[in-house]
Design a protein around this ligand. Structure first.
Ligand SMILES: Cc1ncc(COP(=O)(O)O)c(C=O)c1O
Length: 440
């Protein structure tokens, strides 16, 4: 007999990427959301400066998205994803690839960014094998990269705490150096001037391992979770050039930068660089229903389309890949982006956002401020011996004062929903300024 009589408490739930003991002593609960705001468990308004977790690009509880999901659940709730289709998955695929740079014209759906990344890495290996270059097995990531939490993603990822206790990870992986150069680039507006030469690391790794052994390079065009690292001028172009020169696939992980964050559909469009694959998630469904995807070039897709037609071409997929409810959410989300002109809106707001976020310069402990599109970060000096403490305290105090931001270590990162008005951005500034002025 099931017994649900135990009183509700917080102990059973092991929260992800959370200081669980601190949280359970002093919980931060959200119980409602609408537009730019959450309502906390104590009934106060909390302005969302981080689009939830970089995903609620169209703002909370958009009525068109809510309605589309409700309708879909009552029409077709679930449909097998292997060997069977439903109309919306094809419709969504077409719309998603139409947002990508020319030449990227197929998408395979996943349920998260982490799954998208691991799928992309597998596709890269399978592609080279299909082309008769099975010796290309090496994968190159970058220090400070975040590519989700699955084994592929943490292997190519470069955030130390996400890797160090999880064993030997994938073999045959190497990393470019990260591009964070505080000493030269602090307080840059938009793309920093210095650091393009770091792309030459890829030449070095090609020389070290043999370019013919390298399958793919994966990088975030703007590294988000490590604290918003904007690519130095010329860096992405040079990485693209080197990949092309050696036949290495370039994967842009656009889980954060996809769907308008920089004022264009994808960072690839914003920076005018076409990778061979794009991973996405988050803003695809406005964060409401889990969904991700790997967008691939025709060349990659077609390499798999050989052999007898009754055979499966790619032995990969998930029970929930492209499920009807996610697709309904995705379709509604993309039409809201288009109808409300949200990508253009992000572009228009970017200069205001840039000035606003750089106004924190000079406040206590602020050692850098960075921005691009509608993303920004304020880096605080770490307390000696206690890295991350100051950032965490600022995050908690901001929440208590009615602002949801992200803290990664001592970096406060923000990425407001693209529906924000200038007055919302001002409100974010006022709260964060007051917290930073009193930061210990
Ligand atoms: C660049 C990047 N890749 C992958 C992921 C992982 O996505 P998910 O948390 O949906 O698995 C994230 C999440 O923040 C991300 O920022």
């Amino acid at each position: 007999m099931l017994d649900f009589s135990r009183p509700n408490d917080l102990s059973a739930c092991w929260m992800p990427f959370t200081a669980n003991r601190q949280f359970k002593k002093s919980p931060r609960m959200l119980v409602e959301a609408d537009g730019m705001y959450y309502t906390s468990g104590t009934g106060s308004k909390v302005i969302d400066s981080s689009s939830g977790l970089w995903c609620v690009n169209a703002g909370h509880k958009n009525p068109k998205i809510v309605e589309a999901i409700q309708n879909q659940v009552s029409e077709l709730d679930y449909c097998p994803s292997f060997q069977i289709g439903h109309p919306k998955v094809f419709e969504l695929a077409t719309k998603v690839v139409d947002l990508a740079p020319v030449g990227i014209d197929h998408v395979i759906f996943t349920n998260s960014g982490s799954e998208a990344v691991d799928s992309a890495l597998k596709i890269a290996l399978g592609y080279h094998r299909a082309k008769g270059q099975g010796e290309r097995t090496r994968l190159i990531g970058r220090e400070r990269g975040y590519h989700g939490v699955n084994f592929g993603g943490i292997s190519v990822g470069g955030i130390v705490n996400n890797r160090k206790v999880f064993g030997s990870l994938l073999t045959g992986v190497d990393h470019l150096r990260h591009t964070h150069m505080l000493e030269k680039n602090a307080f840059s507006k938009g793309q920093p001037e210095h650091g393009c030469e770091l792309a030459e690391d890829l030449e070095r790794l090609c020389a070290l391992h043999g370019a013919e052994t390298i399958a793919a390079v994966i990088i975030e065009p703007v590294a988000g979770s490590t604290g918003v690292l904007i690519p130095p001028k010329g860096y992405l172009e040079r990485i693209r050039e080197i990949c092309t020169k050696y036949g290495i696939l370039l994967i842009f992980d656009e889980v954060i930068t996809g769907f308008g964050r920089l004022g264009e559909s994808f960072a690839s469009v914003y920076y005018d660089i076409t990778p061979d694959m794009i991973t996405c998630a988050k803003g695809l469904t406005n964060g409401i229903i889990p969904m991700g995807g790997v967008l691939v070039s025709k060349e990659i897709h077609d390499a798999f389309m050989t052999g007898p037609e009754y055979l499966i071409e790619l032995y990969h997929g998930y029970t929930y890949s492209g499920n009807p409810v996610s697709c309904a959410a995705g379709l509604a989300t993309l039409s809201v982006y288009a109808e409300e002109g949200l990508f253009e809106r992000a572009k228009e707001l970017s200069p205001y956002w840039e000035e606003l976020i750089h106004s924190f310069k000079g406040l206590p402990h602020v050692i850098d401020i960075r921005n691009e599109g509608l993303v920004g970060a304020v880096e605080l000096e770490a307390i000696p011996g206690s890295p991350g403490k100051r950032g965490f305290e600022v995050f908690v105090e901001a929440f208590n004062q009615g602002l949801l931001a992200r803290a990664t270590g001592d970096i406060i990162a923000m990425s407001p929903p693209l529906i924000a008005e200038k007055s919302h951005l001002d409100e974010i500034r006022t709260i964060l300024e007051s917290v930073l002025k009193k930061a210990n």
